[in-house]
Design a protein around this ligand. Structure first.
Ligand SMILES: [Zn+2]
Length: 127
């Protein structure tokens, strides 16, 4: 069996580029593997950012709840307490992590450490 060679002549300069089908296949497989790895990483990054956004929403909801109820920094609201402060309902972690609301003074947490690390590195802005 003869393996074919694809020759491409570059117009105007008389140079021809030759690639075997095996070489082309290797390039395609390597590029495909890279893009799969990159898309997995970008999906993880995206879900981390989404989760951090949810945690920021909890911070805002806790502040409003604390103001409305004259709460002390050590008071801990429940999910039901905070639900009215989420216009579109309480959002869940996109990767299945569970949220811990914490006291009014504490930052909420996700059970996935990478999400917490990102959230702590990008804390909510003070009003
Ligand atoms: Zn999370």
């Amino acid at each position: 069996m003869k393996i074919g060679t694809t020759k491409t002549r570059v117009p105007g300069c008389g140079v021809s580029l030759g690639f075997t089908l095996i070489e082309l296949l290797v390039v395609v497989l390597v590029c495909g593997g890279c893009s799969k790895q990159e898309s997995k990483e970008s999906l993880e990054q995206r879900s981390t950012q989404i989760c951090a956004g949810h945690l920021k929403s909890f911070v805002a909801a806790k502040k409003r709840w604390a103001q409305d109820h004259n709460s002390a920094p050590t008071d801990t609201p429940t999910f039901d307490d905070l639900a009215p402060y989420f216009r579109r309902g309480i959002r869940l972690c996109p990767d299945g992590g569970t949220y811990t609301i914490g006291t009014v003074a504490e930052l909420p947490q996700c059970s996935i450490p990478a999400h917490n690390d990102y959230f702590k590195a990008h804390p909510p802005e003070e009003p």
